[in-house]
Design a protein around this ligand. Structure first.
Ligand code: PMP
Length: 395
């Protein structure tokens, strides 16, 4: 007899429950803002990726409403069939100009972008060398290809060089890294990685989900931060779902990249295009970040303040240099308990344990945004001080 569905569901859920890994997402009762209502109470929100406060920004709401009125609720079809609207094309041109790249294509999410681009680009005989801490969507994207896969030690150009030397090919060689790493908040040493990649004729692929809207002039991203945006041997991908306040993903780079992806990327070929309201919001986000320099200034002022104060209290922020600010609690139960105690004190920040992060490095991941006021951050710091002392993490 085959396993019944209810047996399968209860066995799998039971096993997750026994390991303490069962997830119950908290529910927001208002838009994702720096202060928001979560599970019925007002909290300072340190859990979002809303770096620039765009998720509920008036300029984005206005242009989303305008595009909704003018272009309707949905795109109607997959883009190659009859779903490419003028606004999709215009937004991609705006994005390529912003990124200073030869072309740009937009897909449905950062996750599907990694699957689409890696799947479209790589084939048997190619070699791909990926940082050990790269995001799950890169790992899944690489599973879709027949390329030879190797993994280098996190942010280690010497280990990358060893693997490039040991794995020669006549096919494409691709080095894959996150721009900013989502759990630790460190920035990839892209200048050194690209320099090593070039010596071995390899192309560099940067997933800038957490660097776009955060690093580089006007938030142009990690590649721009290192002055590599004009390079034809660097591919930028990323999300439009974090700093840019909407949902979607993009790939930007070589002038011919867009056309290849239109013809080969499966999410482009087989999934309906983004809704007009989303395109409107995203287009307004790119305009707004260039119009209002205080957004980036506030993001970085807040980041420096919050990190310095946490360290002053005696917390370990794991060397993070970006708005992603981990606070290390050791084992997972301590991090989860700290997250509960913070919530009781009006601070929403999520605990992460193994397998999301290594054993012994369970943490709360705080994300500082441009929208937080000094009051918000001081409230969170006070709560951290109390919780840290009550758990014996700080003295
Ligand atoms: N890449 C990285 C590095 C990410 O952190 C994320 C978001 N968790 C993604 C890709 C996926 O982006 P999206 O949420 O738009 O699917």
């Amino acid at each position: 007899m085959p396993t019944s569905l209810s047996d399968r569901l209860s066995a799998d859920l039971g096993s997750l429950r026994d390991q303490g890994l069962l997830i119950h997402p908290r529910v927001l009762d208002s838009a994702s803002r720096a202060r928001t209502r979560v599970d019925g109470r007002e909290v300072v929100n340190l859990a979002s990726n809303n770096y620039l406060g765009f998720a509920d920004h008036p300029a984005l709401r206005a242009k989303a409403a305008e595009y909704l009125e003018a272009w309707g609720a949905g795109a109607g079809a997959v883009r190659t069939i009859a779903g490419t609207l003028r606004i999709h094309e215009e937004f991609e041109a705006q994005l390529a100009e912003f990124k200073h790249t030869g072309s740009a294509l937009v897909l449905h999410s950062g996750f599907t972008t990694n699957q689409g681009v890696l799947g479209a680009l790589l084939r048997e005989g190619d070699v791909v060398i990926s940082d050990e801490l790269n995001h799950a969507s890169i790992i899944d994207g690489l599973r879709l290809t027949k390329a030879t896969k190797r993994v280098y030690k996190h942010a280690d150009p010497a280990d990358l060089e060893r693997l490039l030397r040991e794995n020669d090919t006549d096919g494409l060689k691709l080095v894959v890294t996150d721009g900013v790493f989502s759990m630790d908040g460190d920035v990839a040493p892209l200048d050194r990685l690209v320099e090593v990649a070039r010596r071995y004729g390899a192309v560099t692929y940067v997933d800038d989900a957490h660097g776009s809207g955060v690093l580089g002039a006007q938030g142009r991203g990690t590649v721009h931060h290192y002055g590599l945006e004009d390079a034809d041997d660097v591919i930028q991908v990323g999300t439009l779902s974090k700093a840019w306040g909407g949902v979607g993903g993009y790939a930007a780079g070589h002038a011919d990249l867009r056309e290849l992806l239109i013809n080969r990327a499966r999410p482009y070929l087989f999934s309906t295009a983004q809704a007009p309201a989303t395109v409107g919001a995203l287009s307004a986000a790119l305009t707004e970040v260039q119009r209002d320099p205080t957004l980036m200034e506030r993001l970085w002022d807040n980041t420096r303040y919050f990190k310095t104060e946490l360290q002053g209290l005696g917390f370990d922020t794991f060397g993070s240099t970006t708005p992603i600010t981990p606070v290390i609690f050791g084992e997972a139960p301590a991090a989860f308990e700290a997250s509960r105690r913070l919530f009781d004190r009006g601070v929403f920040a999520v605990g992460l344990g193994f397998p999301t992060v290594p054993r012994g490095l369970a943490r709360i991941r705080n994300i500082v945004t441009a929208e937080h006021t000094r009051d918000d951050l001081d409230h969170a710091l006070e709560a951290y001080a109390e919780v840290g002392r009550s758990l014996g993490i700080i003295s």
